[in-house]
Design a protein around this ligand. Structure first.
Ligand SMILES: [Zn+2]
Length: 474
């Protein structure tokens, strides 16, 4: 099928040279970008099966989200979790997440991916690491089904926790799994779903949760399995000072050094957060091309700190953007997250500030690099057709037309994407997802979330949910 996108106001290609074209057109053939025309108002004479009139719109590559916890859309801004830092926040939420089941995972995945899609995101990862022992183990399968139904490109990570409270870890014992179970399910998912080919819609990643919820042995064995099967590795690293203290106390190493000693530095690895890095840490990440996911809203929400993005970029380390889980953001708007990234950098010294074009590059090309997807992230002939049209005629962009790319970040109050194509298929049209009833889904999501909280309250009490009672360790 051929699709022609005609006459956008501007094409922000995000190619190596950062070309921007006024007017022109983009031809899509069989899911790929077949040609980028930059001849202004002179339109190519081509017959296409579908023509999209992009007059007064900005055309960008699809945005890429590299870190998330979709299930947390069921526990957004819970009263007891609103004002806590990471470790206390986790201890509170673990008790509620013990109620997760397959329905919770399917519904929350659809919610998060739908919100992401409407914000211009065409490829997302998710880090699912909570596998309650009483619940069916095939939660990632439910996620993949939800992503396929929405038509979003998806790189789920098979997360894991193996270090329960009784062994010195943070999570309750019934939320952790033994290493053999984790590795067997990881292998099953890779064999069943992982598509290593260019343009893949589904790829599996392996992702033990963090140094304080996984044993060193599980980290090491997971890395071996990833290298054997050719999949990427992901985990949380250097998010808070509490984590740094835990790593120094337990292993005698700072978090990045610990990961290096476990075989976890390399161009097939990316870390979430990396807020607290030394100059040496930054050097090691750059030398080994180890990537990172910047999660500015979550870092602010939990008071974790500001990641040294300027230093990582200048050193040449791969940097990407992510919304993080919805209990610490608490939204899934990736363009709004790009705005947060821009603004948060301005709280640092002026030499560390980031520009709009630079932030959009991180949100597109940076994500593609970190996720191992050279065929994504820019508008160039031969690349996959993951594209977004942004309507420049809206009220919130009035007066911001001198630089449409900057307008999205400086002036935009989190606008919806007008049109989104994933793999050459139109998934969002005029600001709505095709074949998806938003309000009906939201109503169902609210019922599932409420039922989950009711189950948790029956075990823990209403005071616990409201945060009026300190968490009991069980
Ligand atoms: Zn996270």
């Amino acid at each position: 099928m051929k699709i022609l996108i005609r006459n956008p106001r501007l094409i922000a290609t995000m190619d190596d040279a950062g070309h921007r074209y006024e007017g022109g057109a983009v031809l899509i053939d069989n899911g790929k970008i077949a040609a980028v025309y930059h001849n202004g108002n002179q339109q190519p004479k081509i017959h296409a099966d579908l023509e999209i009139d992009a007059t007064d719109m900005l055309l960008t590559p699809g945005l890429i989200n590299t870190h998330h916890h979709f299930y947390q859309t069921l526990t957004r801004n819970l009263p007891g979790g609103q004002n806590k830092q990471l470790f206390d926040w986790l201890i509170y939420h673990y008790e509620i997440w013990r109620e997760l089941d397959e329905e919770c995972i399917a519904v929350s995945t659809t919610t998060a991916l739908a919100e992401l899609l409407l914000s211009g995101c065409t490829l997302s990862s998710d880090h699912h690491y909570v596998f309650p022992q009483r619940c069916a183990p095939d939660l990632i399968d439910r996620q993949i089904e939800s992503a396929q139904a929405l038509g979003v490109r998806f790189q789920p990570t098979r997360g894991s926790m193996s270090l329960g409270q009784s062994c010195g870890g943070l999570p309750p014992d019934d939320l952790v799994q033994d290493e053999d179970t984790i590795l067997a399910d990881s292998r099953r998912l890779i064999e069943r779903y992982h598509d290593a080919g260019s343009g893949a819609m589904t790829r599996i990643v392996l992702a033990p949760c963090s140094p304080f919820s996984v044993t060193a042995e599980a980290m090491r064995r997971t890395a071996e399995l990833a290298r054997e099967t050719g999949v990427r590795l992901h985990t949380h690293v250097a998010e808070t000072m509490d984590e740094e203290a835990f790593c120094l106390d337990t292993f005698g190493k700072r978090p990045v050094d610990l990961m290096g000693s476990l075989g976890w530095l390399g161009d097939d690895v990316w870390f979430a957060h990396t807020v607290h890095l030394s100059d040496d840490d930054i050097g090691h990440m750059a030398e080994t091309a180890t990537g990172m996911s910047h999660c500015p809203s979550s870092n602010m929400r939990l008071g974790s700190g500001i990641a040294p993005i300027r230093e990582l970029l200048d050193a040449g380390a791969p940097v990407s953007l992510a919304v993080d889980g919805s209990a610490s953001n608490d939204g899934n708007h990736l363009l709004a997250e790009a705005r947060q990234m821009l603004l948060l950098s301005r709280l640092r010294k002026p030499e560390n500030w980031l520009g709009a074009d630079e932030v959009l590059r991180v949100a597109t090309r940076g994500g593609a690099q970190v996720m191992g997807r050279p065929e994504l992230g820019s508008i160039e002939s031969g690349k996959a057709a993951d594209l977004v049209l942004w309507d420049l005629r809206t009220l919130d962009l009035a007066g911001a037309q001198s630089d449409p790319v900057a307008a999205l970040l400086f002036s935009g109050s989190a606008p919806r994407a007008h049109t989104v194509l994933v793999d050459g298929n139109v998934r969002v049209q005029a600001g709505y997802i095709i074949n998806f009833h938003e309000r009906a889904h939201a109503a169902n999501h609210n019922i599932v979330a409420e039922n989950m909280l009711t189950r948790a309250a029956a075990r823990l009490g209403d005071d616990f949910i409201r945060g009026a009672q300190p968490p009991e360790v069980s």
